[in-house]
Design a protein around this ligand. Structure first.
Ligand SMILES: Cc1ncc(COP(=O)(O)O)c(C=O)c1O
Length: 359
């Protein structure tokens, strides 16, 4: 059995997706006849999408890209200019999960900092800057890229105090900053800090458009007009100018409507549920500092977990499959990562609680 749009699922950041679900959603768009067409991802409704996100992210301009991997690549490439080194978190997607894309395609070396941690310190940056300034071939650091929430670190988020400190340091040293906020709304729903308060520290910001807006693909990259305006040429050069993007843009815009409020409510419901479950002696769900929508739930044995999981599936509630591929993300033994997403709004907290307790 698989979750559908009416299920509650504790996996993933959005509602379940499939070819059928996407086709149905496209069919249900109420303005199919009036969707303004783009040409190679330029103009039409794609413009509307880009303008919408420029406002949301409070930046001058945005560009619609096929993937977040490309968005991070373009941001670091542009911000670095002629400098061939950029600093990234060792645990970031761009360092761990993007196949050395910047090193291979753009000749930019990523220097990983903060081993096995969600962040690195200003002292670590100072150390690298110093070493590069006294090396045989002195080099400047082109930019610093930060991911928040950090996917490989249980969705931990960077604090505003940290961002302020980093921003001050970067300004003083004339270093540009990029934010990989693939899961932007998972961060703001947890911290309750407005989106602008995060994006103001960064020259460029990327947000995923497929992970939780029900679309098959898409990413937005926002920044200064000077930086983004000509990027459609880079997109074409990289083979990323999808010839017809309008349907996808329309789908994203329709699912964006009200999403921030839904995610906020979902997060609040999830926390209430976890706190209630923790009051019983049956459940232990860790609620850590600086988490976003990822929580670790303890289980006694795989057999017991599987019993609970099957019982919940009978109630149309889905816990993660312990055997799902995790691409090297290390889980503590006898803990499973559970995620809050908007599917939690499909049932009342009471109903979900009763299903857990009745196991
Ligand atoms: C934090 C983070 N950044 C970037 C990406 C890349 O996004 P895409 O899969 O759209 O290339 C992902 C995707 O998993 C991610 O989790």
């Amino acid at each position: 059995m698989k979750p559908d749009l009416s299920s509650v699922s504790f996996s993933g950041d959005g509602l379940p997706n499939s070819p059928k679900i996407i086709a149905d959603k496209i069919n249900n768009l109420d303005d199919l006849n009036t969707i303004k067409q783009d040409v190679y991802s330029v103009g039409g409704i794609v413009d509307d999408l880009e303008n919408k996100f420029s406002k949301i992210l409070n930046k001058e301009k945005s560009i619609f890209l096929p993937t977040g991997t490309m968005a991070n690549h373009f941001a670091i490439r542009e911000l670095s200019g002629s400098n061939s080194k950029a600093l990234v978190q060792e645990q970031s997607h761009i360092y761990q999960d993007s196949g050395d894309t910047l090193q291979t395609i753009s000749g930019i070396n990523l220097i990983p900092l903060g081993l096995n941690s969600s962040f690195f310190t200003i002292d670590e940056i100072k150390d690298i800057i110093h070493k590069n300034s006294i090396s045989r071939v002195p080099k400047n650091i082109g930019c610093i890229s930060l991911e928040s929430p950090v996917r490989r670190q249980k969705g931990q988020i960077l604090t505003i105090e940290y961002l302020q400190e980093l921003y001050d340091f970067a300004k003083e040293n004339n270093i540009k900053l990029h934010l990989d906020a693939a899961r932007l709304y998972m961060m703001t729903s947890a911290s309750k800090i407005p989106i602008h308060e995060y994006t103001k520290y960064f020259d460029t910001v990327y947000c995923s458009l497929w992970k939780y807006f029900g679309a098959p693909w898409g990413a937005i990259l926002a920044g200064d007009s000077k930086l983004i305006s000509n990027m459609f040429n880079t997109r074409r050069m990289f083979g990323g100018s999808i010839p017809n993007s309008s349907l996808n843009a329309a789908l994203i815009l329709s699912n964006l409507e009200g999403f921030e409020d839904k995610m906020n409510d979902s997060y609040d419901n999830g926390i209430k549920l976890f706190n209630e479950l923790n009051k019983t002696d049956k459940f232990n769900i860790l609620i850590r500092d600086n988490h976003s929508n990822v929580f670790e739930m303890e289980y006694k044995s795989t057999d017991e977990y599987s019993k609970l999981r099957n019982h919940l599936i009978n109630n149309d509630i889905y816990l993660p499959d312990l055997n799902a591929e995790n691409y090297g993300i290390i889980n503590n033994s006898n803990y499973v990562d559970i995620r809050i997403n908007i599917s939690i709004l499909n049932k009342s907290i009471k109903e979900i609680y009763n299903a857990f307790i009745g196991s």
